[in-house]
Design a protein around this ligand. Sequence first.
Ligand code: FE2
Length: 424
Amino acid sequence: MLITDARLRHHGDTLHDVEITGGLFTSVTPATGTANRGRQDVLDADGALLTAPFVDAHVHLDYANTVGQPRHNTSGTLFEAIDIWADHKAQGYVTRESVLENAATAVRAEVGNGVGFLRTHVDVTDPALTALDAVLELKDRVRDWCHLQVIAFPQNGILASPGGEELLAEAMRRGADVVGGIPHFERSREAGVASLRHVFDLAERHDALIDVHCDEIDDDQSRFLEVMAELTVERGLVGRVTASHAVAMAYYGPGYMAKLVPKLVQAQMRFAVNPTENLQLQGWGQSAPMARGVAPIGQLDAAGLNVAMGQDSIADPWYPIGEGDLLRVLESGLHVGHLLSEPVLQRCLDFISDNGARNMGLEDYGVRVGTPADAILLDARDDKDALWHHADVLASIRGGRTVFRRPRRGFLEAMPGLTVSDAG
Ligand code: FE2
């Protein structure tokens, strides 16, 4: 396949031709205009932005599209959501068929929004591990559309839930890729620290990456991030550990942040923040001044830490909407982070692409010679334009094969009555 007249990120208005052979990008050259007319396998980008697929750095596919089962979240809080999910499991809603159908619907929406890589947490505190098996099956069934990386996530705690340690270990044996945890949900500070040691031990045994739901609570005394940083350095796992959510950071004072951030830098801690989700879940019952419970994206980014954004939830007890539309997630994250500065806007797609790929440990990610030919075409000139105009995804390509194409909308041209020349 030859993609002609494509813009590339950070290359201005210069157009390029990109050749794909044997599932890999094999050349990227300045556009040759009409030289390739007559070839059958040409995809004319017509100036659209060719970029690596979006990466959803944090999502829960096994929860997707379950909102209202068995009831809606009336308080809006994370802890009511966890209770609803426990009832959801107890009442028999989780079956292979239901998870496959609901998660497949979510994956289709994500792919339609330009996502090619998803890091999905899956609850492994169900003794039958039904959802894990279903998501692992789904991973195989959607491999022509996207790549799923599966995290064994102990939603009800490793030590706080019956058999939690053994279920987490069994999930890794069954094929989960990454070890998860939830230390702030364990019964005490000490149990939280012990659960983190367990996570690190298990990851070492499987040579696996780590991604922990860390300090997702409106509590400035929830301080497991420093424990994670310490363990990361102590175990020689620098750069292999992700802290997800980390919302308590929004409540930390400057004195503690001055101590914490250098420790995070030393550990090269990866971050997966979920702005839309945590704007909904956090900050209930606060008095002024109101913290909104999203990790300080700008401060982490400025310290050189890798910050990726994720959807987190798609219509589940935690969050009632969502469809894997990462440009919307990005827009929320940049607003809540006070990050609409020109230098950030020029590289803003990093938060939903390269940074997520780094969290996932994807080494062959990006549109360049020699990498797998995974890409999307955005109806935009550059990063800022894509965010600003919420660019349509015109095509998705995986391994050199077209997953889908859709026509340009020609939005203004479709409304001739709105041309200025008609005025007066
Ligand atoms: Fe999450």
